[in-house]
Design a protein around this ligand. Structure first.
Ligand code: PEP
Ligand code: MN
Length: 345
């Protein structure tokens, strides 16, 4: 349940409410947003929740009690109706998801060499990207495929950040590597295959960096939001959701891009949502139109794979844009963003 508090609620009243919630065996979490002060109450169900809701509803500081029909509360839109922007702090100015900017993230699938990364980063920056993506730890379908350069790749990403000013987004696949990756990256990515790796999600909740949570190819929106709830429950309050396509009977594209999930997430969840048309389509021919559609439907960002020489890429070359193609994408994205009263870069 969510408690809506009256304007001007005092610290004393807040303390009294927190005491009542804890005495009932539940856990309170307070949020101050544009909509005012709210308390999320979790860890209580059934008759006990009904009784607590009745008690809290009578408290003079409480303007209303919202009983949620969904099992997530901390990430719910009701907890912060105006939304919770996600801020990636950078020396040249913070990148903010969930504001007027549509954030372009671009870079190679995997970090391969310094030249490859610098080439991709320059193309990304010129196209209007604010963040550079690139995998140092690669979750591959086959154990015999290129698994990533690991810490060496993280070092190359940090060098590319110094050269370009772009922030770094990179995937972490193992809870034991969270601290290492957080030491280099500005935002940590949870890959689609790890969406329900709950020990990884909990570890990320306490890492102190923004987290990008990809949707699992076989997961519903509600399951995806429950995974975000794991991160929030572990203390994370900076989560960006990333739609990257789901598995359906259609085989013309690698996955089926569920663009409907963007407005659905925006209605159900307080965190920003972005779209990855590269992994959704698996084919560079479709990346530009799908990216434009994502911005039109209201996504807070798009993430695009780019490689200086896609034919030589060690992973996902077929879906990677060339430096020339991503410039075209950048120009077209600007036009669509403007049409929906937003901006790129
Ligand atoms: C990626 O973005 O590098 C990636 C592996 O994508 P996904 O987890 O969506 O398959
Ligand atoms: Mn990839």
């Amino acid at each position: 349940m969510i408690l809506i508090l009256h304007e001007g609620t005092t610290e004393q009243e807040l303390g009294a409410l927190t005491g009542l919630i804890e005495a009932a065996g539940a856990v309170p979490r307070t949020s101050h947003s544009v909509a005012g002060l709210r308390i999320a109450v979790r860890g209580i169900a059934g008759k006990d929740a009904d009784a607590l809701a009745a008690t809290l509803g009578m408290h003079p500081a409480v303007a209303g009690v919202l009983r949620l029909s969904v099992p997530y509360v901390l990430v719910s839109r009701e907890f912060a109706p105006a939304g919770t922007p996600v801020r990636v702090p950078l020396p040249g100015g913070d990148v903010v998801f969930g504001g007027t900017e549509v954030v372009l993230i671009a870079g190679p699938c995997a970090v391969e060499t310094s030249e490859q990364l610098v080439g991709a980063a320059a193309a990304a920056r010129d196209a209007g990207a604010r963040l550079l993506r690139g995998g140092a730890f690669k979750p591959r379908t086959s154990p015999y495929s290129f698994q990533g350069l690991e810490e060496e790749g993280l070092k190359l990403l940090a060098e590319a950040r110094d050269e370009t000013g772009l922030g770094i987004v990179t995937e972490v696949v193992d809870p034991r590597d969270v601290e290492l990756v957080a030491g280099y990256a500005d935002m940590l990515q949870v890959g689609a295959r790890n969406m329900q790796n709950f020990s990884l999600l909990r570890e990320l909740g306490g890492c102190g960096k923004p987290v990008m949570l990809k949707r699992g190819p076989g997961n519903t929106v509600d399951e995806w939001l429950m995974s975000a709830e794991y991160i929030a429950d572990a203390g994370g309050d900076q989560i960006v959701l990333c739609e990257r396509g789901i598995r359906t009977f259609e085989s013309a594209t690698r996955a089926t891009l569920d663009l409907a999930s963007v407005p659905v997430v925006q209605r159900k969840c307080r965190f920003p949502v972005i779209v990855d048309p590269s992994h959704a389509s698996g084919d560079y021919h479709y990346v530009v139109p799908l990216a434009l559609a994502a911005v039109a439907v209201g996504a807070d960002g798009v993430m695009i794979e780019v490689h200086p020489d896609p034919g030589q890429a060690l992973s996902d070359g077929n879906q990677s844009l060339t430096p020339a193609r991503i410039q075209v994408l950048g120009r077209e994205l600007r036009a669509v963003a403007e049409a929906v009263r937003r901006r790129i870069g």
